[in-house]
Write a protein that binds this ligand. Structure first.
Ligand SMILES: [Zn+2]
Length: 169
């Protein structure tokens, strides 16, 4: 499925590819020319303004959702990476990322297999735990519904989450 590129300035979708550009944190990226406002831009796919590169961020999130605590993730970075991150940064990435995922999930209309694997992950925030609800389509491995809740597991969130899975098809 293709994520339709829109102009970063005027949101027009009348855009054409205009070669690759070297970026500071993301390597070479496709640059586009907008035929409507005639400016060129590199699309923002969610990580644009983050200081660290995608690989590092996705690794942290990956480790986190593999049920490591954010402090363990931080320690892992201390041992294996030359740029340490704090556990607060890791949590911050997780929150930003899940919100972005939610935004994108709501835009896509993929062909789903109809079999879902749903799960909820507790995100430790000290006194309270946030819950990240996630449903993945078994056939396509596409995340078809998410819910990020600042509340412990409760019936209202569970219902809202099931509703989102239903709406996804
Ligand atoms: Zn434009």
């Amino acid at each position: 499925m293709e994520n339709k590129v829109k102009c970063s300035y005027c949101k027009s979708d009348a855009v054409v590819k205009r070669g690759l550009s070297q970026t500071q944190h993301r390597g070479k990226q496709q640059r586009y020319l907008c035929k409507n406002c005639e400016r060129t831009f590199i699309p923002d796919f969610g990580f644009w303004k983050m200081k660290n590169n995608e690989a590092k961020i996705t690794k942290a999130i990956d480790l986190y959702f593999s049920n490591l605590s954010s402090r363990k993730v931080r320690n892992n970075y201390r041992r294996h990476e030359n740029t340490p991150v704090s556990h607060v940064t890791v949590l911050d990435w997780c929150r930003k990322y899940t919100l972005k995922v939610q935004k994108y999930v709501n835009h896509f209309t993929p062909q789903l297999s109809g079999e879902y694997y749903a799960d909820e992950t507790e995100i430790n925030r000290g006194k309270n735990n946030d819950i990240f609800w996630c449903s993945v389509d078994w056939g396509t491995r596409f995340i078809n519904a998410t819910l990020y809740s600042p509340f412990a597991q409760n019936m209202a969130d569970a219902k809202e989450f099931m509703q989102r899975i239903k709406q996804s098809g």
